[in-house]
Design a protein around this ligand. Structure first.
Ligand code: MSP
Length: 505
């Protein structure tokens, strides 16, 4: 049994979750469910990032004490996990003094013992949206190009982390895929960035300016920089730095960090630097997903163009929502979200696609074979082959085997959009199989043959439920309950439509 540890970013709680946050969790959930299905010992972590200037300001804006504010916001993120049917094994939040702080502080001590923290005066431009220092070249007309905000000039004494010391080791790790970065275009982006050279980075803020955070061990005049604090969640959640660190021993290094492209450098450069300095192994893979755009722009709380996942899930259902994000936003690239498109996909691929297919096959089985289908003999199974390509015909179950293999390959490469597309192509294929043999006309002439055709269809649908499970867990289990296998018999039951008509917004 292999272990598999995967994580999502931890989300800032300055505003309620939007579609973009649902996306990273969903992708990770698909991978986690697939891994568990293969029998891997899986640990799936997500959580919230609750410290820093951005959060303090949001709390002040809401007129609430910051602890109360973050607890309230955190519950919304947790509610989203439930609404989306996310199967995370743990949830970490950085304001937890019991669960997160010991790990973050232990990490700080390791950096210090390696001689990689030093104090220096610093003057720079700080973008609160990024929670990071930016340079003139990140600005457009004096404003941060991503957040449309002017950065603040900050001059103070900070602890610095000797990131430059690890530049060549980081570069080697990325170039050699010891730390694999997918898609490859993102790896090249990191390598190009590293070529420009990297400097040491400010790793603390004075507590008099930022007290909402973790105090630097033995120097409470300083607060650990929010990104150093946040990155350590991946180990603190496993018990690193705590008496009970058996999850850390079992699961570290991470097999997969799923992140958005907006936080690539933090994960591909700073995080490996921290780990090298701490003497810990690097994660094996970073998968960098794109952004969900809304009317062509990045969806973000700061810009205010966000789609509410709760309302969409309530009106269309959680599996359709999961389907839409995984199928329509190419995993690894950007995609645009509009409700019009969602409604079209719902009707096309779901209600009239899979929903209708299941419905037709189930009704035919019930009508012609109310006591169920008898498993055809091997010879019979050969008699109604699929006409996959002109001149080539194979048994439907053999064809399904090929589909399953292609699906497994895509999943192993994290080509999630490809994997779900493979399943949907198979469903269209089954529609074609119905057209080829027209079981409802065939029945009068050849009831035995009809039984073979329907067996093939019902069996294929039942088998594809297993492939569907990571993406649409509820739909998969409904399909398994509609086509019931009992030894050599397959029966079908009346059921509610899989994808009923939905309410528009
Ligand atoms: N708190 C930091 C991450 C710390 S990880 C150690 C942060 N939080 S965030 O809430 O601003 O964004 C986190 C992640 O949410 C992004 O990297 C991305 O995975 C997801 N998304 C946020 N907006 C998104 C879109 N518009 N589209 C897709 N994903 C988006 O950065």
């Amino acid at each position: 049994m292999e272990k598999f540890y995967l994580t999502t970013p931890i989300y800032y709680v300055n505003a309620p979750p939007h579609l973009g946050h649902a996306y990273a969790d969903l992708a990770a959930d698909v991978v986690a469910r697939w891994r568990r299905g293969r029998g891997d010992k899986t640990f799936f972590l997500t959580g919230t990032d609750e410290h820093g200037a951005k959060i303090v300001r949001a709390a002040a804006g809401a007129g609430k004490p910051v602890e109360e504010f973050v607890a309230l916001q955190r519950r919304k993120f947790q509610k989203l996990l439930t609404a989306l049917n996310i199967s995370n094994d743990a949830f970490i939040y950085t304001s937890s003094q019991a669960r997160h702080w010991p790990g973050a502080r232990a990490m700080w001590e390791r950096l210090k013992n390696s001689g990689d923290l030093y104090k220096a005066k610093y003057k720079g431009l700080y973008c609160v949206g990024h929670e990071a220092f930016v340079t003139e070249k990140d600005l457009l007309g004096g404003k941060c190009a991503d957040h449309n905000q002017e950065p603040e000039v900050i001059e103070e004494e900070n602890y610095f982390f000797r990131l430059s010391k690890y530049a060549s080791r980081i570069e080697d790790a990325v170039a050699s895929d010891t730390l694999q970065i997918l898609p490859v275009s993102r790896k090249n982006e990191v390598l190009a960035f590293l070529k420009e050279g990297i400097s040491d980075i400010s790793f603390s803020r004075p507590s008099r300016d930022i007290s909402w955070g973790i105090p630097v061990p033995h120097d409470p005049e300083h607060t650990i920089y929010v990104w150093a604090d946040a990155l350590s969640n991946y180990i603190s959640a496993l018990g690193y730095g705590s008496p009970d660190d058996k999850n850390f021993t079992t699961f570290w290094p991470a097999d997969l960090h799923i992140i958005g492209k907006d936080i690539l450098r933090f994960h591909a450069i700073i995080w490996p630097g921290i780990l090298f300095s701490s003497g810990l192994p690097l994660p094996k893979c970073l998968f960098v997903h794109g952004m969900i755009l809304f009317g062509g722009q990045k969806m973000s709380k700061t810009l205010g163009n966000v789609a509410d996942p709760f309302s969409l899930i309530e009106r269309y259902g959680r599996d359709p929502f999961r389907f839409f994000l995984m199928r329509e936003i190419p995993f690894g690239g950007d995609g645009d979200f509009t409700e019009e498109r969602f409604a079209l996909v719902y009707e096309g691929s779901l209600a009239h696609g899979l929903g209708n297919l299941v419905e037709r096959v189930s009704r035919m089985v019930q009508k012609y074979f109310p006591r169920g289908l008898q498993k055809p003999t091997e010879d019979m199974l050969k008699t109604f082959p699929t006409k996959r390509k002109p001149g080539e015909s194979i048994r439907l179950d053999v064809y399904f085997g090929e589909i399953a293999k292609r699906y497994e390959n895509a999943m192993a490469k994290l080509e999630l959009t490809q994997a779900i597309t493979i399943i949907w192509d198979f469903f269209s294929y089954l529609d074609g199989y119905i057209q080829d043999y027209v079981p409802y006309s065939l029945f009068k002439k050849d009831p035995k043959g009809t039984e073979v055709v329907l067996w093939n269809l019902a069996r294929s649908l039942r088998s594809s439920a297993r492939l569907l499970e990571p993406f649409m867990p509820e739909t998969a289990s409904k399909i398994e309950n509609i086509f019931i296998a009992d030894g050599n018999r397959l029966t079908s039951k009346d059921h509610e439509p899989l994808f009923p008509s939905h309410k528009t917004g």
